[in-house]
Design a protein around this ligand. Sequence first.
Ligand code: ADP
Ligand code: MG
Length: 405
Amino acid sequence: MALRTLDSLGSLAGKRVIVRVDFNVPLKEGVITDDGRIRAALPTLTHLLNAGARVIACSHLGRPDGAPDPKYSLAPVAQRLSELLGAPVAFAADTVGAEAQAAASGLNDGEIAVIENLRFNPGETAKDETERRAFAQQLAALGDALVSDGFGVVHRKQASVYDLAEILPSAAGFLIEKEVDVLDRLTENPARPYAVVLGGSKVSDKLGVIEHLLPRADKILVGGGMLFTFLAAQGHAVGKSLLEADQLDTVRGYIAQAAERGVELLLPTDVVVAAAFAADAAHEVAAVDAIEVTPFGADGIGLDIGPDTAARFADAIRSSTTVFWNGPMGVFEMSAFAAGTRAVAEALTEVDGLSVVGGGDSAAAVRQLGFADDQFGHISTGGGASLEFLEGKKLPGLEILGWEN
Ligand code: ADP
Ligand code: MG
């Protein structure tokens, strides 16, 4: 069955619509350092407001311990949202208490309120179903319908994501609709050739994704910290690079599976080896069979893919019609080791087809390197949620909206 979309809710004018968004933005001393998630919620919020709905927006922020904690207040988010909408945004300093009730009932058509952090209430994330339900009932009292648009939390069976969607008439917002549409094109009948580019820190974080996408892809490109476990599996010495010895057999299995299925597995031919894990560490390019044959010997640490590899990867990406990329190619946070990630990002912007960036650090990397969101087909807003979707898992927050995978 397909996802229930906004039109399934009928006329929105005068309706009190609770919108579950993902306003979990990074904060530094109370200041929002990246408002991407607030911007991602705007299409749905604007649509509802223009249609005359009375909007009650709710979200979690950080991991407060089921109790109010000023550090995780949504007040700065409400402020920023008001700036982005160019309209007043009411703010309730509680989630389902007197303030929230007053804020919800005080709305006129086309007005919006933000209620305080859902996770200030233990019921939001409670494992106990009765406790979770009770909190969802309190939330439900604030509205007539639910629009679920926090893609970043759809893999969680939580009160506002799951139970509330069962209590009130509910539908997916535009963000969830777009995420599901794009991620589905990466798993079902992708336009070929289809390249999957994997990096990041550990192979053990990505086993589910590799297993699900390997049989579906035409090419798999491996960079990032995980590449060293692949190189070690092929018998190369990797110095002090990130190596997961307990995954060697698993990785050998992937190499064999790729060969059997005729999936092209592109592994690095050269890497950037550094004297230490530090931004100003001495470093040089080494072939993958000579990682320990630099001035740093067996102490060398591989922190990026090398220039030959970056060029090969860029070619393989540009010549694909569907590309999914998760995981930086190197320690992009240090400029000396960002070239591989930059080259891959650049190549994705040149894809004639669908290019998708997934993963929290990967999204941060492309923005930090100066790319604009619209240079890519899609940058997923869900770290864990998009990976679980691509692992083929059933996500409670999507199933409850009618989605079946
Ligand atoms: P994402 O959040 O996009 O899924 P990950 O969390 O898996 O990505 O990995 C991101 C991290 O991987 C980055 O902080 C980056 O510094 C690190 N990384 C990339 N290459 C290496 C490497 N060669 N050695 C150690 N860490 C690496
Ligand atoms: Mg990460």
